[in-house]
Write a protein that binds this ligand. Sequence first.
Ligand code: ZN
Ligand code: ZN
Length: 348
Amino acid sequence: MPAYFKPQGSIRKAPHSPSRDRTRQRIKFSDERVCKSHLLNCCPHDILSGTRMDLGECLKVHDLALRADYEIASKQQDFFFELDAMDHLKSFIADCDRRTDIAKKRLADTQEEISAEVAAKAERVHELNEEIGKLLAKAEQLGAEGNVEESQKVMDEVEKTRICKREAEEIYRSSMPASSFQQQKLRVCEVCSAYLGLHDNDRRLADHFGGKLHLGFIEIREKLDELKRIVAEKQEKRNQDRMKRREERDREERDKMKRRSRSRDGRRHCSSSREHKRKTRSRSRDKRHHRSRDRSRDRSSKSKSSREERTSRDRDRSRERTHKKRSYEFANGKSGEPSSEEPEAGEI
Ligand SMILES: [Zn+2]
Ligand SMILES: [Zn+2]
């Protein structure tokens, strides 16, 4: 059974146990024991509480005061908690979708086999049924908000859809014996994995599609899509910033090299003119000897400059490492060494 849907009854803790209150006083919102989804107002344990699929208490700390702290602090600094929340919701929805698949398979195994053609006709009735349920829930919502005119418009749509459904039902009925038709045909809701009946009445369907469970799952799925978008955007921005930093560093290095090689050229020019003077003064000197001295001078100045380069690169890199480490500490709210550091391309 997927981890999320284990029966929770016996392991549920009282929401206000003394140890919990003590923890609450101690920890900060950035503590890893705090539920980041709760801080971002999207923990399934909150959203589905009180429904048929109540998950019980979350394993991580939920505290509205910490959420308030986070909301204030996040105006000044990006903690990137969306990544944690996204992983949490992803695994929750994956569990739910696995459940839906299992339920579908079970239905396929137990329900009477029908031909693909008849199955398609039943499918059409299911679709219209669900459409009616959704529209009714919407009309009720609008009515409750006092929007009578809009609500009436939606009710007109419900009437039209009912007519379509009766036609679809007639087509489906005529394609099979009456006894088979009377059997309740079930189908699994793709959003919340609950069972829906082909012959469920409108009231039942409206209760399902306007119910806390189904709407809660819609909320979680929408939130997950939003988190995926935010995470992708932030990661893209981070990559761009990193690339910009690297380009700047390369440019600085190139400028440094250019300056250095220019000054070296200047020196070489100087020495050769001196040499020229010397040469004109004394033609009897061994030229080969001169050349070898020049070469050794060149070599020593080259090795010196590459040493300079290396040390400045080291300095840059160690500066960047401290910076990285610091931002890691912020994001995770702890001072330990990062477990794995993302290696940067181009770094040795
Ligand atoms: Zn939680
Ligand atoms: Zn549903």
